[in-house]
Design a protein around this ligand. Structure first.
Ligand SMILES: C[S@@+](CC[C@H](N)C(=O)[O-])C[C@H]1O[C@@H](n2cnc3c(N)ncnc32)[C@H](O)[C@@H]1O
Length: 393
């Protein structure tokens, strides 16, 4: 298997080409003009990086600010490498969790997670697609990471490490997410290597499906990024700390199946003045009662479905997994609801109940029609009632 080596001089020229392309895109130049004008920077380059690659990488640097923060202005991506790359805040968290181990990332893509492993200690990456392996090598130089990348098939990797990490490629969408469609296949990776493993799996897989898919036990860690289910990591061996866990990023608040549960009873009617919307990461991982126990909250279940879980709560105990709202009023009839929205001086109504996306604005405008106030409210549906709330500060 070949180590991918990029000379400092080639890295500098590729970077110059991307910077120039970025400048031209920002000034409104079209693709063809940009490609034509950055070709000169890449003459005699000894790596597979064309003027079109520089154009694509420049567009992704512009787009990548949210995903990679300040780092984005240095990075090299192709479209697919970017789409499946690990956001900085997740990569940093994963590297921190594995900081005591030497890691080989055997499907490293354009190398974002690999770079973060390499910020802490030496790490090895393997990528089957040559162009992408070079992007990983460029990213290692750009971020001054202590990583090395090889181009080849994960199954031909002869080196060893404490942990074999793999974030496999997956189809964009599937009716039911399973291990079958993942490349490289995690089950085959387990057969091939003798070490501990960490796999990034499709987060849509519930804990039971993960357990029944693997011949080994492990921790299923669901990651929420900004209140959205973002990742699922499966840890084996001594790295596994519990059966199931959920972590919210960027705060790093964590709840696990070891946290003592508090019972949450289902109620039909809204009786309290405060409701809490639960991050789906918690319900999907089956950790709702563990969260209530950990926070020590008295909570009652109002609604639970695949899209939204609402609790009514006695007190506000801050948690990144809960968004609290003060209830202004609740009404069964839409017309009565509109009247009261006017009375309490509302201007904007964000709908927080299930409406088909193509219907959203029509329904919202129906409620907002004639409103001139300055309050922005959130409208939930509990049973037959519209429940109008403001975020609790
Ligand atoms: C989801 S991406 C990895 C993204 C990466 N974790 C990051 O943060 O940028 C998966 C990568 O696995 C690579 N891959 C698929 N099968 C492989 C194999 N058998 N050996 C090595 N790499 C493979 C794909 O080409 C793809 O680039």
């Amino acid at each position: 298997m070949k180590e991918v080596v990029v000379k400092e001089r080639d890295y500098r020229r590729a970077d110059e080409a991307v910077k120039r392309a970025e400048e031209l895109i920002r000034r409104g130049y079209q693709e063809k003009q940009v490609i034509r004008s950055v070709k000169k920077y890449l003459k005699g380059l000894k790596i597979p990086f064309s003027a079109r690659d520089a154009y694509v990488a420049a567009r992704l640097r512009i787009r990548g600010k949210e995903k990679f923060g300040k780092l984005s202005s240095k990075l090299f991506f192709d479209e697919s490498g970017y789409r499946y790359s690990t956001p900085s805040v997740v990569a940093e968290y994963r590297a921190e969790r594995l900081k005591d181990y030497e890691v080989a990332d055997v499907s490293c893509g354009a190398g974002m997670q690999l770079c973060y492993f390499g910020f802490r200690r030496r790490a090895i990456g393997v990528e089957i697609e040559e162009k992408r392996a070079y992007l990983a090598a460029l990213n290692i130089l750009a971020t001054e990471s202590e990583a090395t990348v090889y181009c080849g098939d994960a199954f031909n990797f002869k080196g060893g490490a404490d942990v074999i990490f793999s974030d496999p490629a997956r189809p964009e969408s599937e009716v039911v997410r399973t291990l079958k469609s993942l490349q490289p296949n995690p089950l085959k990776i387990i057969e091939r290597f003798n070490s501990m493993f960490v796999f990034e799996l499709p987060p849509q897989m519930p804990p039971k499906r993960v357990d029944s898919s693997f011949p080994v036990k492990g921790e299923k860690e669901y990651t929420s990024l900004d209140f959205r289910l973002n990742r699922l990591a499966f840890y084996t061996g001594e790295i596994a700390e519990c059966d199931t866990s959920a972590v919210s990023l960027p705060s790093k608040e964590r709840v696990t199946s070891e946290d003592e549960k508090a019972r949450i009873e289902k109620v039909k009617e809204l009786e309290l003045d405060t409701i809490a919307e639960v991050d789906r990461t918690i319900t999907h991982s089956g950790l709702l009662e563990n969260l209530a126990g950990k926070l020590g909250i008295e909570a009652y279940l109002l609604t639970l479905d695949t899209r939204r879980t609402l609790l009514q709560v006695k007190d506000i105990v801050p948690s990144a997994f809960l968004k609290y709202y003060n209830v202004l009023f609740s009404e069964k009839c839409g017309e009565a609801c509109k009247k009261r929205l006017k009375e309490v001086n509302v201007g904007k109504v964000t709908l927080r109940f299930n409406v088909r996306p193509e219907e959203y604005w029509r329904v919202r405008r129906k409620f907002e029609e004639g409103l001139k106030g300055d309050r922005h409210v959130y409208m939930f549906k509990i049973g037959e009632s519209y429940v109008v709330c403001e975020p609790a500060r």
